[in-house]
Design a protein around this ligand. Structure first.
Ligand code: G6P
Ligand code: MG
Length: 207
């Protein structure tokens, strides 16, 4: 039975995946190429600098370290513009209710996100206090599919990874959860998340 639940943020709790995509796409446009939603699947769950690396590969663009930092910074500025206007209505259907349900059953709840903007987003949505532990991109260095973020989250809850269920919308995140030794619930489409133990359309299916 599940003693802990570890949630990815973008695309699981809140509908920010679309803002990441818009900001990456506009960077690609400035660099002179199209960045499709299909390309974007590869960025989900992946850290900012690794996402940039993939995007530059897709566009066949060469850039040195200083240029990369500048590009990542420009993308993040545009992204932060979007999330500064986030409303609690952008919490995904069922997410808040499911967190409350788990808490009422005594299940410990953690965040396991690659984002350095995670705390800002949770505060903006007013749901910070629904998490017993928050592990985000400021606390880990290895990007999903590395299991570091989920191992750190289960440890922060005082649980074994095998006692925790990971909720993820990204292929890289599903892989990370499996590597950590947790059960994984994929959120989204079954073909992208084929390796998950179970795939659902959204947390609304669980409340
Ligand atoms: C999440 C998102 C990724 C994003 C990463 C880093 O994992 O799914 O799309 O690149 O966080 O986010 P940040 O807010 O630090 O740029
Ligand atoms: Mg995600």
């Amino acid at each position: 039975t599940m003693k802990g639940a570890i949630f990815d943020l973008d695309g699981v709790i809140v509908d920010t995946a679309k803002y990441h995509y818009l900001a990456w796409r506009s960077l690609a446009q400035r660099l002179g190429f199209e960045f499709t939603e299909e390309d974007n699947e590869r960025l989900k769950g992946v850290s900012r600098m690794e996402s940039l690396q993939i995007l530059l590969e897709v566009g066949g663009v060469e850039a040195d370290e200083a240029e990369r930092l500048e590009m990542a910074d420009a993308k993040n500025k545009e992204y932060v513009d979007y999330i500064s206007r986030l409303e609690p209505s952008e919490i995904l259907p069922g997410a808040r209710a499911y967190l409350l349900l788990l808490r009422s059953k005594g299940v410990k709840v953690a965040l396991g996100s690659a984002s350095k903007n995670a705390e800002f987003i949770l505060n903006r949505l007013g749901i910070t206090e629904l998490f017993d532990a928050i592990i985000d991109g400021t606390k880990v260095s290895k990007a999903k599919p590395d299991p570091e973020v989920f191992l750190a989250a289960s440890a922060a809850l005082g649980l074994e990874p095998s006692e925790c269920v990971v909720f993820e919308d990204a292929a890289a995140g599903v892989q990370a959860g499996i590597s950590a030794g947790s059960k994984v619930v994929g959120i989204g489409s079954a073909d992208i998340l084929a390796e998950a133990d179970r795939v659902i359309g959204g947390l609304y299916e669980l409340v």
